[in-house]
Design a protein around this ligand. Structure first.
Ligand code: NDP
Ligand code: KPL
Length: 305
């Protein structure tokens, strides 16, 4: 499958890079500065398993040479509108788009831009960041992709999409339950995001502080109440994974991409990850004071940076 990764940052660079390394037909749609960096340095991935330098094919917006079979969208929420404009020439009648963004509201933007037949759901599990030089850093061993039709299928394109996104050095799952996985991922990531950005610390530091464990429990309880009221109660296994990750954070440095971005003075995805949950809480009459405070805190940061 001819595959276009839109964005070669922490997530796109990691998963697209690993697929390119495994010999898959991968091209990256990037902006000119990123294209220059990738041409000069290659795509460098630093991971707990070692370092790779991968020669990758790139195109910029004006250079897209016709439709791709598969597009993996890996931009931040604040880059979504521009990316949707730029990738338009890559969407043909049979193109499937798999977004990796956190949250849910990008799905509406994709469906309204390209129609429901083109849009899958997607989840990625990785703790990644970019160095000042533009190298991808995988911070922990977490590396998993899941994707599939939003309506649960069956969809005859899923086996080919699964084949195109498998066989590289990460776990990959084509699923007919992607919507549930996306809500569970949102619950997971928002909880880590609220704990770390409100307290400006990795989860382990919060747990070690007076009141930290109770605060963390209340953040999780608020998120569970919101997503449950929204009609997406998490499965017990998702809660076990979240609680296990919190417990593990006493030993393994655990943060969130929003926290890492905040520490680096970069923009944060406040509206898509926290603001949208606060909007659900208000609409559904769920009391979520910690999420409201976290959203105000992130908005103050965004306005003052
Ligand atoms: N980082 C993480 O650990 C995780 C992140 N996520 C989610 O994945 C999504 C992507 O995050 P992440 O990869 O970390 O973000 P990054 O900021 O690392 O990468 C995003 C990339 O998108 C590029 N980009 C933006 N607009 C365009 C465009 N119009 N055309 C081409 N490229 C474009 C940017 O390029 P440029 O250099 O030109 O600005 C940038 O390199 C987010 O929603 C995030 O929440 C999910 C799981 C883990
Ligand atoms: C999985 C997790 C929490 C990894 O950092 C993430 O999705 C994020 O930080 O954006």
């Amino acid at each position: 499958m001819r595959t276009l990764f839109v964005g070669a940052g922490a997530t796109g660079g990691y998963f697209g890079g690993r697929l390119a390394e495994a010999g898959r037909d991968v091209t990256f749609l990037v902006r000119p500065a990123r294209a220059a960096t990738l041409a000069a340095r290659g795509l460098r991935i630093h991971s707990p398993a070692g370092q790779s330098t991968i020669a990758v094919r790139t195109v910029t917006a004006g250079e897209i040479d016709g439709p791709y079979d598969l597009i993996v969208l890996a931009v931040k929420s604040y880059g979504l509108d521009g990316a949707l404009r730029d990738l338009k020439p890559a969407v043909g009648p049979g193109t499937v788009i798999v977004p990796l963004l956190n949250g849910m509201r990008h799905i509406d933007a994709l469906v309204s831009a390209f129609g429901p037949a083109h849009v899958y759901g997607g989840v990625c599990m990785i703790a990644g960041t970019l160095t000042d030089e533009g190298d991808v850093v995988q911070l922990t061993g977490l590396q998993r992709l899941a994707y599939g039709p939003l309506d649960g299928g069956p969809d005859p394109r899923l086996p080919a999409v699964t084949e195109a996104l498998s066989g590289a050095d990460f776990d990959s799952e084509g699923t007919t339950a992607i919507t549930r996985q996306m809500w569970e991922k949102w619950l997971f990531l928002a909880s880590l995001g609220v704990v770390t950005t409100l307290m400006r610390s990795p989860v382990g530091e919060v747990l070690a502080a007076p009141g930290g464990p109770a605060f963390t429990d209340r953040v999780i309880a608020e998120a569970v109440a919101i997503v449950t009221a929204a009609g997406h109660p998490p499965r017990e296994q998702a809660l076990t994974f979240l609680r296990g990750s919190i417990t593990n954070a006493r030993k393994v440095p655990t943060t969130s991409s929003m926290y890492r971005d905040m520490q680096a003075g970069r923009p944060v995805e406040a509206d898509a990850i926290v603001g949208d949950l606060v909007a659900h809480a208000e609409r559904l009459g769920v009391d979520a004071p910690l999420y409201a405070a976290a959203y105000t805190n992130l908005s103050v940061y965004s306005r003052s940076r």
